[in-house]
Design a protein around this ligand. Structure first.
Ligand SMILES: Cc1cc2nc3c(=O)[nH]c(=O)nc-3n(C[C@H](O)[C@H](O)[C@H](O)COP(=O)(O)OP(=O)(O)OC[C@H]3O[C@@H](n4cnc5c(N)ncnc54)[C@H](O)[C@@H]3O)c2cc1C
Length: 399
């Protein structure tokens, strides 16, 4: 198996390195944000960032080439240069609009989202509707030229910072549950929207409850047709899972774990020399390598314009499993320190910063296995679509 990228791509890598050497860091008396945004403009101009986005929507419109995109990501990360603006807007909404949106919607929303000038949140989950998302109850009713929206969303990441929400609402109450949903874009800064933060065990407040009480949005701020929001939402979820399942993340956290095992002591010697720890690390490395090679398979499928199919779901599942096991071993290495509450000790300044990061990562690893569809739901998908097993009895009943 030849895992090198080949001559043509290695030449491209040199070209990217040359660009970085001349353009990053940006020279001049600029704030950090100005420097990052100036660099991004040049990188889009040169064809390195926003590659899949047409020029007229603020992208660099490059031919689809996953290998080149991967090289850009690798080289930009290596030089610590800013990559594409990351966030719910660029990773989920932009590809959805490009695939399913009206022309005016693309022109209005894609360029400022790609530049990072506007921020989005995702209004899917509700208190009674998570895995069984199609049971959602938030209502959208047409009143003249506007939709009037009433209901509640939950776990809405970044709603407190967002300018807009892409939201699933029930607009056809008499239709079967999957057919009665529409995909609306809603301005967040309006009297009908109340955002209430949820405190997490990490101490952060990344997500919120969002209460919509006669919230309003224009009639044509709907993506896809009325009642076809479920189909549009599948497009968004596909991109969400892709963004969670990247193998580079597994390799990076595992490498960090190895460093921790070298620098902490266990039974009077570096933990990496302890037989029990070595055995756990070796078993875990097997999964990390499997994920890495599955990542290459997904990359190859994308590069050949084929659908990666269930492989994408497998990569999401394995990546969250690895993230959890890495953090699990790290906490064991930290010993008693791993039991401390990262927040209480932030004030007292007792936990070294590295340990605090591992404790938070452990807590975060529990959440990320739920985001974008829980691990069990991924297993259902793999079983049904990958292995051809019979459909989940519960899902069939609730249809
Ligand atoms: C970090 C994070 C960020 C999030 N961000 C957002 C966001 O920005 N916007 C948004 O809309 N939502 C967001 N969510 C919500 C997320 O999409 C839901 O939590 C998820 O879909 C699960 O829904 P639930 O919490 O209602 O759990 P439930 O669906 O009630 O599941 C509870 C348990 O039952 C299991 N289960 C349920 N159904 C089945 C089944 N059919 N077969 C087997 N097991 C089953 C699940 O696997 C899980 O273990 C976020 C969640 C997290 C953790």
């Amino acid at each position: 198996m030849d895992l090198s990228y080949g001559k043509e791509y290695e030449e491209f890598r040199q070209e990217v390195r040359g660009f970085l050497a001349s353009n990053w860091p940006v020279e001049g008396d600029l704030s950090r944000e100005e420097a990052r945004s100036r660099f991004r403009e040049r990188a889009v101009e040169a064809g390195y960032l926003a590659r899949s986005i047409p020029r007229k929507y603020g992208g660099s419109e490059q031919p689809a080439d996953e290998m080149r995109a991967t090289i850009v990501r690798e080289e930009f990360a290596g030089a610590r240069a800013p990559g594409d603006v990351r966030g719910i807007g660029t990773m989920m909404l932009v590809p959805t609009l490009l695939e399913k949106g009206e022309e005016w919607q693309k022109e209005k929303f894609v360029p400022p989202t790609v530049r990072g000038d506007i921020i989005w949140c995702q209004g899917y989950s509700e208190p009674g509707s998570g895995s069984d998302l199609a049971s959602l109850m938030t209502r959208g009713e047409l009143d003249g030229d506007e939709w009037v929206i009433n209901g509640q969303k939950i776990w809405t990441t970044g709603a407190h910072r967002a300018d807009y929400m892409f939201c699933l609402c029930r607009t056809e109450p008499d239709a079967p549950k999957h057919a009665g949903i529409s995909y609306l874009l809603i301005p967040m800064k309006q009297p009908g929207i109340e955002v209430s933060p949820l405190r997490q065990m990490t101490g952060g407040s990344d997500f919120n409850q969002v209460f919509l009480t006669d919230a309003r949005t224009p009639k044509d701020w709907i993506v896809g047709k009325r009642g076809e929001g479920w189909i549009v939402s599948r497009t968004t979820l596909k991109h969400e899972r892709n963004s969670i399942g990247a193998a580079a993340q597994s390799v990076a956290t595992f490498t960090g774990l190895l460093q921790l095992a070298k620098s902490t002591q266990r039974n009077g010697r570096p933990a990496i020399e302890d037989p029990e720890i070595r055995q756990r690390l070796a078993a875990l490395e097997g999964f990390v390598r499997a994920h890495e090679y599955s990542g290459y398979r997904q990359l190859t499928a994308n590069a050949q314009g084929k659908s990666p199919g269930v492989l994408q779901t497998m990569n999401k599942l394995i990546s969250t499993n690895i993230g959890h096991e890495v953090a699990n071993i790290a906490l064991d290495l930290l010993d008693d320190e791993g039991l401390l509450d990262p927040l209480a000790d932030r004030e007292l300044g007792r936990i070294p910063r590295g340990s605090r990061a591992w404790i938070s990562q452990y807590m975060y690893s529990l959440g990320i296995a739920v985001a974008g569809g829980t691990a069990n739901i991924q297993r259902n998908v793999i079983g049904e679509r990958g292995l051809g097993l019979p459909r989940d009895a519960y899902a069939q009943k609730s249809k």
